[in-house]
Design a protein around this ligand. Structure first.
Ligand SMILES: [Zn+2]
Ligand SMILES: [Zn+2]
Length: 422
């Protein structure tokens, strides 16, 4: 069987998947609000014969297809969309608005492509059910809420995911990305960055803008802190290691002639190595405290870890075992190494929480026509950089062949772990 046959096969089995995708895309839901999506998922899983449970980790859905003795393969998709406006002008673009967890009315858009993940996993669930005469074991399909908050996987684990539905022998999943549809990307070992969000409050002593000598100015304190934080990566992280420290928000004051009482910083970090992560977070705390002391603050600053994603570490042996399945779908030369990805994902928690190996790959979703001038995989990076990326208001994966490849990749990867029945 050639890769074209596999892709054609995937398309033939699930003719209605593009319609499912467009429907999900037009009805995006924010993190932990994925109720309509969960309903669509549960309805289809039940029709396929999966034992289906909703409300796992608030809005998550679990489907179990027991098919005789044998290992369990967990296949995971995330379901949530982002609070931002879609500007793609696609005929099926989202016009939905929602209310975020702080009560603000916001536009809602599947800017990260989680609607692709849901659709592909529904297609794979159907193929595994249709072909149940050819494999043994258990397919455990997990539709996870709130990936964008980094809390959905943990919420499902805390709600008894593994105690209630069994421990998997492998965790498989994929994320759509802006390289050409028809390609897959897999990186064994550390693959996606750990991400931490840190909130800092620095306390000064306010007063009149004309009399700075009577105040402790938190604006200057915060500004000095922002500049000093730039030395964390350049002076404390080895040249052979990788880290990012970004101050994404600096808030203080209301008026030009009032020195405010306090300032707030919101900081995002990305690291791949737990030791580097500890060093970076330690340096942030140390610098914030020292700058407050240098300014003569009478009250210690607050440094709070708001939320964090651990790094996604793909199991090397499990990647070696799974890779031929991915190669069967697109061809060996179209399964590429994406390098370290500084984006973050909470799928790794499903693996570490069940002691199962993780194999998480990237699914090309960009229009192949945009890469017509690219002659080799090595030249692809430049063309990828020109594509709108995930979280862009213009992010628009092409429906085909993205869905067909995404379905086939999940099915072929799962079948490697679910032995052939004799
Ligand atoms: Zn995202
Ligand atoms: Zn995502």
């Amino acid at each position: 069987m050639t890769s074209d046959d596999l892709i054609a096969g995937a398309r033939a089995v699930d003719d209605d998947l593009p319609a499912v995708y467009r429907d999900l895309h037009q009805h995006p839901e924010l993190s932990f609000q994925e109720e309509r999506t969960a309903g669509v998922v549960a309805g289809r899983l039940r029709a396929l014969g999966y034992e289906t449970t909703t409300g796992v980790g608030r809005t998550g859905v679990v489907g179990v297809l027991r098919n005789g003795d044998g290992p369990t393969a967990l296949l995971r998709a995330d379901m949530d969309a982002l609070p931002m406006q879609e500007k793609t002008e696609l005929p099926y673009a989202s016009t939905v608005r929602g209310v975020d967890h702080e009560g603000h009315t916001v536009d809602v858009f599947h800017a990260c492509g989680h609607d692709v993940h849901v659709t592909c996993l529904l297609g794979a669930a159907a193929e595994l059910a249709d072909s149940r005469g050819t494999w043994t074991g258990t397919a455990l399909v997990v539709f996870q809420p709130a990936e964008e908050l980094g809390r959905g996987a943990q919420a499902m684990i805390d709600d008894g995911l593994f105690a209630r539905f069994g421990r998997p022998d492998v965790v498989l999943g994929q994320h759509v990305a802006p390289f050409p549809a028809g390609f897959l990307a897999l990186r064994p070992g550390p693959a996606f960055a750990a991400a931490d969000s840190v909130k800092v409050r620095m306390f000064g002593q306010g007063g009149h803008g004309s009399r700075p000598e009577t105040t402790v100015d938190p604006v200057v304190m915060a500004a000095a802190t922002v500049m000093r934080l730039q030395t964390v990566v350049s002076r404390e992280v080895a040249g052979t290691d990788t880290a990012v420290v970004t101050v994404g928000a600096l808030r203080a004051g209301t008026k030009e002639n009032i020195i405010p009482d306090e300032a707030e910083l919101l900081i995002s970090t990305r690291t791949f190595d737990p030791a580097v992560r500890d060093r970076v977070l330690g340096a942030i705390t140390r610098i914030v405290r020292a700058e407050a002391a240098a300014s003569g603050a009478s009250r210690d600053p607050e440094v709070m870890l708001v939320d964090g994603f651990p790094a996604v570490v793909n199991d090397v042996a499990a990647c070696v075992r799974t890779r031929p399945g991915l190669e069967a779908v697109v061809g060996a030369d179209r399964v590429v190494d994406p390098g370290l990805v500084t984006g973050s994902e909470d799928v790794g928690l499903l693996a570490s929480g069940s002691d199962a190996p993780c194999v998480f790959w990237l699914l090309g979703g960009a229009d192949p026509a945009a890469f017509a001038a690219v002659r080799s995989v090595d030249d692809m990076a430049e063309a990828v950089a020109e594509q709108p990326s995930n979280h862009s208001p213009f992010y628009a994966p092409v429906i085909e062949p993205t869905l067909a490849v995404g379905v086939a990749a999940l099915v072929e990867a799962a079948r490697i772990w679910l032995p052939r029945s004799s």
